[in-house]
Design a protein around this ligand. Structure first.
Ligand SMILES: Cc1cc2nc3c(=O)[nH]c(=O)nc-3n(C[C@H](O)[C@H](O)[C@H](O)COP(=O)(O)OP(=O)(O)OC[C@H]3O[C@@H](n4cnc5c(N)ncnc54)[C@H](O)[C@@H]3O)c2cc1C
Length: 508
């Protein structure tokens, strides 16, 4: 399907997943349409945290520095007992990605910046107050039936591919008959967003109050906000939980009074652990909450959606520009789903640590962690168990090789660019295929150069050490910074046989 009215990609849903996809595809020069039911960004603050890898994706579309202005990086994380005494003081160490490892954020502000970013691309059209009613595969494309909610009229939109990023209740997923298996927690959580009026001790840190009577999370969020989340007890009805007196009782137990904060909104959420059975049906891809849902304990729901589209969009661009076969798109699910499954497992584990209701077990937990946390190495082991897994694909679109560097995402140090100015590595790579080598160009590099991949000599010491630890003197990077192929000095780089038609991968 290809005529002037056909879009390369239609994105349904303009939450963080859809807006990131629109930025990525817009930058790659694709003709894109975004369809969003609501008139404006969703006003309820949901996500409050993200990580360095996600910032790196937003960096690739030129928005990281702007987003950073509205974020709080690297705040301390404490697990505290019922008396607010810390028994774990957790620090997330930098993994050399060029961004602080953990960030607190205010989702409506992030959504707004992502949407402003999309406005830079004349090749991306955004239809607000339009609801996608039906997605139908027709020949070699997809037809979308869309309702214009402002005029009560209908239109047909044609696209070669569709990214369904319409959130957890994804109507497209339902229409495609894709299962969304898993479970919904019976426990409901009260989420309170506040505006800070007067700071208090520990206002600047995330605290998991591991109080068996009322487990609570409280967390600074930027732009003068602070969030509390706690589960409803089975005997508490929603209306009474949301009454001001009930909220102030919970905040008051932590010493917070109306002098400290003004309540902005109180909402009740249920948490889900779900994953779509298939993430691709023909030309339609599920992404973000449409493909998976997880509890918020390590702040990864939105972040997982951003990772999804970072994985998918360069592949769509390569296929649309005729530089890669459609089968490349099958690697989307095989690469992303194992990561999402592991992140979800960790989020659930973290939830179990925080919400232990048995007093004896909770007391034992506090003592054990308090004692352990004094031992060297325990903090980093705990972070490794509960924070996001390594950025590494074990299967997918990778060279057929058992080289230990293949599948890892390259770190991102600050490096000296060709004009002598310090920049982050990705700003040099610019979302293209590239060959990096430490000493001299490896045998086999020429074949990659002929496809258009630049040859870049790496001298930055941390990057050289990182490569040597993985026994690599040369690596071939995909446009998303993951290592496609690698070699040691005496060996030639694998030939680009599987990617002969990809050239530099992106269209722009
Ligand atoms: C209390 C809470 C705390 C959270 N904390 C975190 C956190 O700290 N970190 C984190 O990473 N994540 C967190 N999350 C999860 C995060 O908010 C979601 O994962 C994220 O918003 C999902 O983004 P999305 O773009 O996939 O979907 P959504 O944000 O749900 O966006 C989907 C969009 O699609 C639109 N839409 C739906 N149907 C149609 C249709 N038929 N046609 C057109 N448009 C349609 C909707 O209007 C909506 O704008 C939290 C969630 C909650 C509830």
């Amino acid at each position: 399907m290809s005529n002037a009215d056909t879009y390369d990609v239609a994105v349904i849903g303009y939450g963080p997943t859809g807006a990131t996809a629109a930025n990525l595809l817009g930058r790659m020069g694709l003709k894109v349409i975004v369809i969003e039911r609501d008139p404006d960004v969703y006003g309820r603050a949901r996500a409050i945290s993200t990580d360095d890898e996600v910032m790196r994706i937003w960096q690739s579309v030129g928005l990281a520095d702007r987003l950073q202005q509205d974020m709080l990086p690297n705040r301390p994380l404490n697990f505290v007992d019922a008396e607010c005494a810390p028994f774990i003081d957790m620090k997330i160490a930098s993994r050399g990605t060029g961004h602080p490892p953990q960030q607190f954020l205010y989702q409506p502000a992030v959504d707004a910046v992502l949407r402003d970013g999309v406005a830079r691309f004349s090749n991306v059209e955004v239809l607000l107050e339009h609801e996608c009613l039906r997605v139908l595969t027709k020949g070699d494309g997809v037809e979308l039936m869309v309702a214009d909610l402002r005029t009560d009229s209908f239109k047909r939109i044609h696209a070669c591919y569709v990214i369904a990023a319409e959130g957890g209740s994804s109507p497209t997923r339902g229409q495609l008959g894709v299962g969304y298996s898993g479970r919904t927690y019976t426990e409901r959580w009260v989420v309170i967003d506040t505006e800070v009026l007067k700071e208090w001790d520990a206002h600047d840190r995330l605290r998991f109050h591991c109080n068996p009577t009322r487990p609570t999370v409280d967390c600074p969020t930027p732009l003068g906000h602070h969030r509390w989340e706690y589960p409803a007890r089975t005997d508490e009805d929603e209306q009474s939980l949301l009454r001001e007196e009930a909220i102030w009782k919970v905040l008051g137990d932590q010493g917070i009074t109306p002098e400290n904060v003004k309540i902005l909104r109180a909402v009740i959420y249920s948490h889900h652990v779900r994953v779509a059975d298939r993430w691709r049906v023909g030309r339609v891809f599920l992404a973000g909450d449409a493909a998976h849902a997880m509890p918020p304990w390590i702040g990864q729901g939105m972040s997982a959606g951003v990772r999804d589209v970072a994985n998918l969009c360069w592949k769509l661009a390569a296929v649309r520009s005729g530089n890669a076969p459609d089968s490349l798109l099958d690697s989307y699910q095989s690469e992303r789903k194992p990561h999402v499954t592991e992140v979800t497992r960790r989020a659930c584990l973290m939830g179990r640590i925080i919400t232990e209701r048995n007093r004896i077990l909770a007391t034992a937990r506090n003592h054990v962690f308090r004692a352990l946390s004094r031992l060297p190495g325990v903090n980093s082991a705990l972070v490794k168990m509960t924070w996001i897994p390594d950025a590494r694909y074990r299967e997918g679109f990778l060279a057929d090789s058992d080289h230990p560097a293949v599948g890892w995402q390259i770190p991102q140090p600050w490096v000296t660019g060709p004009d002598g100015v310090k920049v982050r590595l990705d700003d040099i790579l610019d979302g293209q295929w590239a060959v990096l080598y430490t000493d001299s160009p490896p045998a086999g590099a020429q074949a990659w150069a002929e496809l258009g991949a630049p040859m870049i000599r790496v001298t930055e010491p941390t990057l050289v050490r990182w490569l040597r630890r993985r026994k690599a003197d040369a690596v071939v990077l995909r446009p998303d910074g993951f290592i496609y192929a690698a070699s040691r000095s005496a060996q030639p780089l694998p030939r680009p046989s599987a990617v002969t038609s990809i050239r530099t991968g992106v269209a722009a």
